[in-house]
Design a protein around this ligand. Structure first.
Ligand SMILES: NC(=O)C1=CN([C@@H]2O[C@H](COP(=O)(O)OP(=O)(O)OC[C@H]3O[C@@H](n4cnc5c(N)ncnc54)[C@H](OP(=O)(O)O)[C@@H]3O)[C@@H](O)[C@H]2O)C=CC1
Ligand SMILES: CC(C)(CO)C(=O)C(=O)O
Length: 337
């Protein structure tokens, strides 16, 4: 039973590497840049609990050609949202129609886009709660905790043991759409983190950045309510309580949210990685989705709109070392908050 990971970047190469480490049959598909990293350093994985694994380049099944999809029994799609359409084209062209496809991507539209482009196939949503950052010397480091969630389907019965053996247990969810909205709420921090220029732990420890995030979450929760969407709880805190938690003073937040702050000091959001690499980001699929949902229901989401504009400016070379006070002002909050 072969797993083909399409999009061997932070998540794809980490998840694929964990599966490889447990003895699963895995094939990674990615770009020349990752092949070069692997050729230079091997595939090196680690996590915040001290676990690590290492493979010499010669033992890493890595391909740049999508033709290897012909061998897939399960396809994990782990490209950024901008690559979903092209991924679907390659899966349609090469993967057997019996292969199950799972999207391990953020945003609410990727699994649906894959499903639309792959009629007649089993295409399921997946949610990655943890962070993976690419460190020096080719190391892929998991910096936060949490377990993978997937859209419930009988086809998972063949794969549950494989993922559990790879220390990636799958939680099947019959409310997967709610899971996606719940994750979107947390992903509103991706942009705050990317614009702050500091690692997640430092950023979340600063009440100014948290106040910005609380404002973004308030707008999202209002839009969810107007749309009659109930986000699922995908972290230790119920979605509706997140903004109030974010607004706590630093000392109180440190105590109440100690599990939320159990983050490796090096971890950063995937959007920070995009800006750092000079790539376009997923801002339109994250904060942009909140803006659209709000508009569809006669509301506005000005803080999310402002953050979208700042990230688009950062994509073009604009500021991505913004102090908390500057970000507060940018979303219309008092700098003294
Ligand atoms: N990183 C994280 O911590 C987390 C990320 N996520 C989500 O997971 C998804 C993947 O993110 P992440 O791993 O960070 O992204 P990355 O950009 O690190 O990895 C995606 C990789 O796929 C490659 N790729 C894109 N299209 C193709 C193609 N057609 N053929 C071969 N390779 C291709 C990209 O290359 P290139 O850039 O050259 O196109 C890139 O190397 C996103 O939706 C993200 O939001 C979710 C939770 C945490
Ligand atoms: C894990 C989390 C929420 C934050 O790092 C993320 O999804 C991302 O970076 O894209």
């Amino acid at each position: 039973m072969k797993i083909v990971v399409f999009g061997a970047g932070s998540i794809g190469a980490f998840v694929g590497g964990c599966l490889l480490a447990s003895g699963a049959q895995v094939q990674l598909v990615g770009r020349p840049s990752m092949r070069q990293r692997i050729e230079q350093h091997g595939l090196r994985l680690s996590d915040l609990n001290g676990w690590s694994a290492e493979f010499p380049a010669s033992s890493v099944p890595y391909a740049e050609s999508p033709e290897v999809l012909t061998k897939a029994d399960l396809v994990i799609v782990a490209v950024k949202s901008s690559g979903t359409k092209a991924a679907a084209t390659e899966v349609a062209r090469h993967a057997p129609s019996s292969a199950m496809v799972v999207s391990f991507q953020n945003g609410i539209g990727n699994a649906a886009a894959l499903r639309d482009a792959l009629p007649g196939r089993v295409v399921l949503g997946g949610m990655v709660p943890f962070n993976v950052v690419q460190l020096s010397e080719g190391r892929l480091h998991r910096g936060t905790a949490g377990e993978l969630m997937v859209e419930a389907h009988e086809g998972w019965s063949s794969w549950l043991a494989t993922f559990a053996a790879a220390r990636l247990p799958l939680e099947q969810r019959s409310d997967f759409v709610a899971v996606q909205w719940g994750k979107l709420l947390l992903n509103l921090n991706n942009a705050v983190n990317a614009l702050s220029g500091v690692p997640l732990k430092a950023q979340l420890s600063d009440h100014r950045y948290r106040h910005v995030l609380a404002q973004l979450m308030d707008e999202a929760l209002a839009a969810f309510q107007a749309a009659e969407l109930t986000p699922a709880q995908v972290s230790g805190v119920p979605p509706g309580k997140l903004p109030a938690l974010m607004r706590l003073p630093d000392a109180d937040f440190g105590q109440v949210a100690s599990t939320m702050l159990a983050i490796d000091p090096q971890a950063r959001s995937s959007m920070w990685e995009d800006l750092e690499a000079g790539r376009l980001t997923e801002i339109d699929e994250l904060n942009g989705a909140v803006v659209r949902l709000a508009r569809e229901h006669g509301l506005s989401a000005p803080a999310n709109e402002a953050i979208c504009a700042l990230v688009h400016a950062a994509e073009r070379g604009g500021d991505r070392q913004m102090q908390g006070r500057a970000l507060l002002r940018a979303v219309g909050l008092q700098a003294g908050t």
